[in-house]
Design a protein around this ligand. Structure first.
Ligand SMILES: Nc1nc2c(ncn2[C@@H]2O[C@H](COP(=O)(O)OP(=O)(O)O)[C@@H](O)[C@H]2O)c(=O)[nH]1
Ligand SMILES: [Mg+2]
Length: 137
């Protein structure tokens, strides 16, 4: 069988995980899994940038909370490169809801709530293109 293509994806270590000192632990998990960081940026995103970043969720009832949370403190965005990176990273991060995330996944080990679930990751090539352009602008 042929190997899956090399792709790029974006992860963002959310403010809850940065505040708890988990940046190295979380990025390290991807490195140990063979994914290579190719760009990295730490920032407190503005509400305007957060609104653009999460635009896909604009009609959700929790949109305002999402924008407030991601802009509440420093976060760290990392572009990761590797084979099948988009799907692989989603498996490594685990389920959205902290209480459903399997132990051994990043959220299963570190998420404490629904907004404070430690990490964001792009879920498609299209979302990677939009989210990386926005986060690194
Ligand atoms: N307050 C609230 N936040 C939510 C809800 N669903 C998702 N979120 C948050 O919104 C983020 C984006 O949602 P989604 O794209 O569906 O999940 P993800 O791709 O796994 O991060 C999640 O990581 C959660 O922090 C909800 O029903 N209520
Ligand atoms: Mg998502």
């Amino acid at each position: 069988m042929s190997l899956p293509a090399v792709e790029r994806t974006l992860i963002v270590v959310k403010p809850d995980a940065v505040a708890r000192g988990l940046v190295g632990e979380i990025i390290g998990r991807f490195e140990r899994r063979g994914l290579k960081p190719v760009e990295i940026k730490m920032q407190t995103v503005s509400k305007a940038k957060a609104t653009q970043f999460y635009i896909v969720h604009k009609d959700k009832p929790f949109f305002g909370d999402l924008v407030s949370f991601i802009s509440s403190g420093p976060s760290v965005g990392v572009v990761l490169e590797g084979r099948d990176a988009i799907a692989l990273v989603r498996r490594v991060i685990g389920s959205t809801k902290s209480w459903e995330a399997a132990p051994g996944t990043i959220r299963g080990d570190f998420a404490t709530g629904l907004l404070d679930n430690a990490i964001h990751a792009s879920d498609s090539k299209e979302s990677f293109d939009w989210e990386s352009k926005t986060y690194f602008s």
